[in-house]
Design a protein around this ligand. Structure first.
Ligand SMILES: O=P(O)(O)O[C@@H]1C[C@H](O)[C@@H](CO)O1
Ligand SMILES: Nc1nc2[nH]cnc2c(=O)[nH]1
Length: 222
């Protein structure tokens, strides 16, 4: 649906939401987007209901290895959750409003907390391969050049026209994650940093990586 368009009509969001609500008993308040190879984050949920993206009306499909392409509803630690086993990327040929389509569906399903994960490239010299970085802020490089999911007519149901981004990532949730990393003795590989989005699909040249470091980025992904 409108793969190259800046805008997806509300009727498609409604159609997808109604389709899901009529097929799952779950009413999740928490959504988790699983990046490359991280689909196993959904393994721990009980009362699972699984919907392949290809079956969900208007949903994009995953085209990248390591992205299973399923929406998994279930219960984790007594909380109803929904997991995206696989996410979408600009470099797959999807417009950014298509890439972010599921996030708006989560909003319409009643989700209040979104946890995003991905496998990104480290830029901070202190980081080691395999470290976990909690995102404290981001730089949306394609956004500077007009590639932005919020371009186009604004629908107030999803948020205001000019969103403030000075507190994009919940301080409370970041503190909780850091506190738990202390409890679990994970502090030697749990970091905090600034995430940079680029369009890909190529990874950075040495000069580009150095430029992103100078701009204050600690990790980069596509
Ligand atoms: O979906 P994420 O960001 O975790 O995946 C990264 C970026 C590319 O899709 C892929 C390259 O290996 O990993
Ligand atoms: N842009 C970018 N994305 C990545 N995703 C995983 N590794 C990388 C990387 O080195 N650069």
């Amino acid at each position: 649906v409108h793969t190259k368009s800046f805008h997806i009509h509300i009727k498609y969001y409604n159609q997808t939401t109604e389709w899901l609500l009529s097929r799952t008993r779950h009413r999740p308040k928490i959504a988790v987007v699983c990046g490359s190879g991280l689909g196993l984050l959904a393994d721990g949920v009980t009362n699972k209901e699984i919907f392949p993206y290809a079956d969900i009306p208007n949903f994009p499909v995953s085209t990248v290895p390591g992205h299973e392409g399923c929406l998994v509803f279930g219960i984790l630690k007594g909380k109803s959750c929904v997991f995206m086993q696989g996410r979408f990327h600009l470099y797959e040929g999807y417009s950014l409003c298509k890439v972010t389509f599921p996030v708006r569906i989560f909003k319409l399903l009643g989700v209040e907390t979104l946890i995003v994960t991905n496998a990104s490239g480290g830029l901070c010299p202190d980081f080691k391969v395999g470290d976990i970085m909690l995102i404290k802020d981001h730089i949306n490089l394609p956004g500077f050049a007009g590639q932005h999911p919020l371009c186009g007519p604004n629908d107030e149901r999803f948020g205001i026209r000019f969103p403030c981004m000075s507190d994009a990532y919940s301080k409370d949730l970041r503190k909780l994650a850091l506190d738990i990393s202390h409890e679990l003795d994970y502090t030697n590989f749990v970091r905090e940093g600034v995430y940079c989005m680029v369009s890909g699909p190529n990874f950075e040249t040495i000069a580009e990586a150095r430029m992103l470091q100078v701009l204050g980025c600690d990790s980069v992904d596509i």
